[in-house]
Write a protein that binds this ligand. Sequence first.
Ligand code: ZN
Ligand code: ZN
Length: 573
Amino acid sequence: MKKIIAFLIILSSFYISPAQKNEAFEEYKSMFIENLWKLYPEWATNSGYYKYNHILTIPNEAFRQNQLDFSKAGLAKLELIDFNKLSLSDKTDYYLMRDFMQSIPWQVNTQKEYEWNPSNYNVSGDFSYILYTEYAPLIDRLNTINEKLKSVPAYFEEAKKNIKNPTLEHTKLAIDQNKNSIDVFDEEILKAVEKSSLREDEKNDLYENCKKAKTAILSYVSFLEKLHNPTPRSYRLGNELYAQKFLNNIQSEYSADQIYKMALERKKYLHEQMYATTRTLWKDYFTNIAIPNDTLLANKMMIDTLSVQHVKAEDFQSSIEKHIPLLVDFINKKQLIYLDPSKPLEVRKEPAYMAGVAGASISSPGPYDKNGKTFYNVGSLEGWSDAEKESYLREYNNYILQILDIHEAIPGHYTQGIYANQSPSLIKSILGNGTMIEGWAVYSELMMIENGYGNNTPEMWLMYYKWNLRSTCNTILDIGVHTQNMSKEDAISLLTKQAFQQEAEANGKWNRVQLSSVQLCSYFTGFKEIIDLREAYKKMKGSKYSLKEFNEKFLSYGSVPVKYIKELMLNEK
Ligand code: ZN
Ligand code: ZN
């Protein structure tokens, strides 16, 4: 208990500066959030703000104009705020809102994803959220769903009007995803309605509206299937759009070009480290074979040999459950960062409504539900062929599975989320920066291993290098594909030969890089920025430097771009 109190005091001393709250800025922030939720009701829903759950945004010209108006008016009012009078925490809020509003005109007028990405149009996630999140009695949620359903036909009519010269890849994705979403409307909602105590006429109304929604979705699917699109747009974003999107989304002090060079350097470093490690291990694992001169081949042979140490498919989730307390003990023993014991993490089988892709993810409580539970969702391997299971389990072998738990859970995403929710700023919780979030998770892997997690064995280090190659090569791949015409062949070779990934993993990544851009850079960029910041902070603090203090202080700013945290951490008085 004492520990908790001490911790709260430390945290609040970062935020509540002796100067009182800035009234004008507090007012600005409330207005900003209220207008934001009116403009983007689906985003509000997903953030746990339920006032506009019944509204489905029609993606028409008026909506685009509303976004531009929001940006213009918001920026004009923000200029009236005296930046220099703001507290440190308010300054980062200011930056986040400013950067967000500044990126809107570019998105609407230049990037125009609403024209070329048909997969933008899919409503099933919003309906599933309301159906499965128990924020209100089922009856109320079903009434909300009924209200929202009425707009689905108009929504898809506008979607059809927006589509111009889309990419083939996003068209196919939209067809697949919308087809898969039909279950929500002709099964899942209906089941809930049946079980509910709604009146008969209300039930019939819902059945009717579900039917209309389903018809609208199928009509959009058939529109896409029949679309005459002789010269489809390339999935490659191209240099100009890429550079700007990188600036807007990654929000790094480094440009895409700089990050690309840094990732190439990191890859080279990792390969060298791997070979040195492989050499020290070689005799323990290969008695009759000399180490090959081809360093990549030698690394691959050693990785393949270590990868056969993996858990059984049926033990996948339980071994994750067993790791969590070990991670907590290690961190406490080594004093790496304070972990709040009152906010436990619950490991669970991935709920059915989530993608159904194997793997792991974290569901953190949203900004309006700070005391909510955090879930570690573990995908199940049920229904996989033996070969698929084996390949997956080798990828997530005994070493990598521990690093995955560090990344997703402790002290990665879960821990970062807890700290972020303690930050008193709603703005930071809402406009959280993905680069900082992923960067922290990737940084925490190295931080744990370099402090002796895994007993400093060469095996653990080798696997760590392999894992770190993944985020490094994600960046090289993304920038290569979108700005340098990297071919599929070169991409697969980068992932399998240089990053030692399984064929299936590499093919999955190739599909992803065609459908998304820039996001794959967030892992390495955030990692690199945090490592650089830690170096600078160490220098500044000299003999007073403590890793624990760095970690806690870094996280206390919330999910803010690292460049702004750097500005605040290095300029502290
Ligand atoms: Zn095996
Ligand atoms: Zn992550």
